[in-house]
Design a binder for this molecule. Sequence first.
Ligand code: 6GU
Length: 237
Amino acid sequence: MRLDYVSIFPDYLAPLRLSLPGKAVASGLLELHVHDLRDFTHDRHRTVDDTPYGGGAGMVMKPEPLGEALDTLEVDGVTVVVPTPSGRPLTQALAADLATRERLVFLCGRYEGIDQRVLDHAAERAELVEVSLGDYVLNGGEVAALAVTEAVVRLLPGFMGNAASLVEESHTDGLLEYPVYTKPAAWRGHEVPPVLMGGNHGAIAAWREEQARERTAARRPDLLHASALAGGDDGWE
Ligand code: 6GU
């Protein structure tokens, strides 16, 4: 898989070279390219934003540098991911879908947003996916692009050492993860639940399932309703 990032803060994306995606690059599974949006400007001040038509607070990312970035990166037919609080929610299902693509191009916006015509244009020549991390506002798309990258890259075939840990983890079955314990058996007055040390694998599986259900009911009742009503479908496309 090849991943490109366009940002006015390319240094913000330096963590891509660490740990998880860094390993995937070393193993040849992944190619990463970070681009400075200002390299696609031609004025002395390397301007990437301007005031909004119609007035209002803040600045808007102007279309020309982003358009030139899309041209230079030859995005035709690929998947363009735009992190934005107005996007569709990032879910495990969306991450798994994105993990099937050969190439993702992330456009990281700042300021109040990207001129809508850039998105309309991108949708004409590429698959456009606007993605939100959740119902809160970040200052720009870079941290969200990192989050999407980590969620996607760990699903690439050959990436994780232990495929079973992908199957069992939170959100693949629509429930939160059950609590986990390791040695010692007693620590600061807290004991490991005895069922986990009894060697009865049926009882352990039943206990974990019950814990996952209780935890999901207490913390994320919406997930129980969603999987009951729609088989885990988030309703997008
Ligand atoms: Cl994807 N981007 C920005 N800028 N803010 C967000 C977000 C994304 N998701 C939640 N808040």
